[in-house]
Design a protein around this ligand. Structure first.
Ligand code: NI
Length: 226
């Protein structure tokens, strides 16, 4: 599933995040790349341990907890602390797949990357190119969202970032280990949850809503690791 999650951050939050990040020291993005992706990656990043990354990362994690669409779609067990990248002057990231397991810097905590997320921190009119292009079983998707909006997609997919030919594209990127490892099962639960919300609106507290909610939790109990 590839999902657009609108307005994770407000415009005011985006500009505050950008002020903090723009003042940080940026380094070559290959510091967090795997073997294969290092060959094709060309961007800048804020170092994982930089105070700016931690501060803005925590603000994003707080915002995600308050975003029901994210919680429903990702069923997060662990969220990797957000990282920040910037592409400008023709920089791009060629086709790659994200590492399956990532260690959180400075800890021995590991997460399995079930889902990848990109949260856009530049307005689309401020740069040319820079589309995130994701190949999944349903075809090729090109994603370029307003600042503060996020895309969630399977970390198992091949993806790339097209060259940024004008301006700068700044984004947060991170991974989620879901309580439900399988993308198909997780997508079914999300679809069911979405349907339950609709039934609950038309018939609040009715027997259909109660029964469907029971089915949702019994499927979650069958498929989830907690
Ligand atoms: Ni990637």
């Amino acid at each position: 599933m590839l999902l657009h999650i609108p307005e994770v951050l407000t415009p005011a939050q985006v500009s505050e995040c950008r002020q903090i990040l723009d003042a940080a020291d940026w380094v070559d993005g290959r510091v967090t790349a795997g073997h294969q992706s290092a060959l094709t990656k060309n961007n800048a990043q804020v170092p994982e341990s930089h105070p700016a990354a931690k501060r803005v990362g925590n603000a994003i994690l707080d915002a995600l907890e308050r975003t029901p669409l994210f919680v429903s779609a990702a069923l997060p067990l662990k969220v990797f602390p957000p990282l920040f990248n910037r592409y400008q002057g023709g920089q791009a990231f060629g086709t790659h797949v994200d590492n399956a397991i990532r260690t959180i810097a400075g800890t021995d905590h590991r997460i399995r990357t079930d889902l990848s997320a990109t949260l856009f921190l530049s307005a689309p009119e401020d740069y040319d190119g820079g589309e995130l292009t994701v190949e999944d079983t349903y075809g090729v998707h090109s994603v370029k969202l307003p600042a503060g909006h996020m895309v969630l997609y399977p970390a198992s997919s091949l993806h790339h970032v097209r060259p940024v030919t004008r301006g700068a594209r700044v984004a947060a990127f991170f991974w989620i280990q879901s309580m439900v490892r399988d993308d198909g099962e997780r997508t079914l639960l999300f679809d069911l949850d979405t349907a339950i919300q609709k039934v609950t609106q038309t018939e609040p507290g009715g027997p259909a809503a109660v029964q469907l909610t029971g089915i949702y939790h019994n499927l979650l109990r069958r498929w989830a690791d907690a």
